[in-house]
Ligand binder design. Structure first.
Ligand SMILES: [Zn+2]
Length: 469
């Protein structure tokens, strides 16, 4: 008799970060995605809870490189996991960047806690170290898209493009004949830079992300009007434009838009700087993998700016900040919570000639959210910096499918799912999507609850004990 196959939601359930889904069949255990929680403190504290028996995990499957799907991998290794981590080649390359950055931040935070004496622990330790991140990178095994791959332990998986960031995927996992499809993060039906999403083979059980389950994206007839006009105005009055952007994918999407605007003559030709080590490393991956770019898109379409400057080192960055003249600066972090963008803001925010163009979602409690909501000053490096620069919200960028694009992804699946579990969404978004899929597609749809375990194979004797926390 084969063991029952179960699925447990260990993260990104009722929230958007910390993706971790555990599939078990008897002694065999595999994890799909291993992200850390970000944002609110009560969520981040969960990163410190030990993973249940990390050393007995057989393997990990990764959908894409974003930190909320990968940055817990070194914590698993730190807790004794030593099996293979399967992902696409582009994901492996981007994840290396993410994991090294994350380990650096873990160590830095711990050093600061020791120095500042503000840790509750006598000897605070990082969740993992740079060495753990290097061990983790050694465990990556890359797979091809659109091919059934035998992962060992009776597991077969297939990666299908998800069109969210470079080389991102939905993954269909089969164990003992039981198939479950993980959407990963789904892109819009088309992405400006990377290959568009495809329809994966369906499965009886489907996990679907629900980030924008309650919202639709607008597609205006003319793209990026707010950003183009802001740049034109700012340059005309002799100011500079800062565009805070997530290091992976948003930087490339913004560059792609700037190239198009320049070609159309809709913005003046001023130097465009990409400032940040992580942004530059990610840009290198996009540059090196033309096979992952959308049909008809070439590297020139996002790097073909006439005056593009790549700022890698902090010395180059300091020098760039001292230079005069109007410029466009693309720098991370996207929500103004760290990174070199803060030094730029410190310099440029106090002058009303300048402009900040917000191109991404700004989480509650972030500096980005504060300035969008009209804060008169923001605290940067211990100082209150006055916000006199113009603040512009450009909402024409999104790497996540809107509600109808999530419904259409589910609708296209063959075979049709019996149950859709909604993950990776705030409660309101997930609830709205639940209702839409139920009413429009007539498929049983469940908002996953943290810690909940469900049975995927046929029931044998009695119902599975509810093992919710
Ligand atoms: Zn993502």
């Amino acid at each position: 008799m084969t063991a029952p196959v179960t699925l447990q939601f260990l993260g990104a359930s009722g929230t958007v970060t910390g993706s971790k889904y555990l599939v078990e069949a008897g002694e065999r255990r595999l994890l799909v995605d291993a992200g850390m929680y970000q944002g609110a403190k009560e969520l981040r504290l969960r990163n410190r809870e030990p993973f249940p028996d990390a050393s007995t995990l057989d393997l990990v499957v990764v959908t894409h490189a974003h930190a909320d799907h990968t940055s817990y991998l070194p914590a698993l290794v730190n807790q004794g996991f030593s099996g293979p981590i399967f992902c696409t080649q582009g994901t492996a390359r981007l994840a290396e960047i993410v994991l090294r950055d994350s380990a650096y931040l873990q160590e830095l935070e711990t050093e600061n806690a020791i120095r500042g004496g503000y840790s509750k622990h006598a000897h605070p330790e990082p969740l993992y170290t740079k060495a753990d991140a290097e061990w983790t990178i050694e465990l990556f095994q890359t797979v091809e898209f659109d091919t059934d791959v035998a992962l060992g332990h009776g597991v077969v998986a297939r990666w299908t493009r998800a069109g969210h960031i470079l080389a991102s995927a939905s993954v269909n996992v089969t164990i003992d004949g039981v198939a479950v499809l993980f959407s990963g993060d789904l892109g819009r039906e088309s992405h400006p830079v990377v290959r568009h999403r495809d329809t994966p083979p369906g499965a009886r059980w489907v996990l679907c992300e629900s980030t924008y389950g309650d919202r639709e994206h607008e597609d205006p007839a003319v793209a990026h009007v707010a950003m183009a006009d802001a740049i034109t105005r700012t340059v005309a009055r002799g100011g500079s434009v800062v565009i805070p952007a997530f290091a992976i994918d948003r930087t490339e999407a913004v560059l792609h838009a700037l190239v198009a605007l320049q070609r159309e003559g809709r913005i003046p030709e001023v130097p465009v700087l990409v400032d940040g080590p992580m942004s530059m490393r990610a840009l290198d991956v996009y540059r090196d993998m033309p096979e992952e770019l959308a049909e008809g898109v070439t590297v020139e379409d996002f790097l073909g700016l006439r005056r593009l400057e790549e700022v890698r080192t902090s010395r180059q960055s300091r020098k760039a900040r001292d230079e005069k003249g109007s410029r466009i600066i693309i720098s991370s972090s996207g929500m103004l919570e760290g990174g070199r963008v803060l030094s730029w803001l410190q310099k440029l925010l106090p002058d009303e000639k300048n402009c900040v163009v917000i191109v991404g979602y700004q989480g509650e409690g972030t500096r980005g959210r504060d300035i969008i909501e009209g804060a008169r000053h923001v605290k940067i490096n211990g100082r209150h910096v006055p916000v006199r620069a113009e603040i512009v919200d450009e909402n024409g960028f999104s790497a996540h499918a809107g509600a109808s694009e999530l419904v259409s992804w589910v609708a296209a699946l063959d075979p049709r799912p019996e149950t859709v579990f909604l993950v990776h969404g705030e409660p309101g978004s997930a609830a709205a999507l639940e209702e839409r899929i139920e009413t429009e597609l007539g498929i049983t749809t469940v908002v996953a609850r943290h810690g909940e375990k469900v049975l995927l194979s046929e029931p044998v004797d009695e119902d599975l004990e509810d093992s919710e926390e």
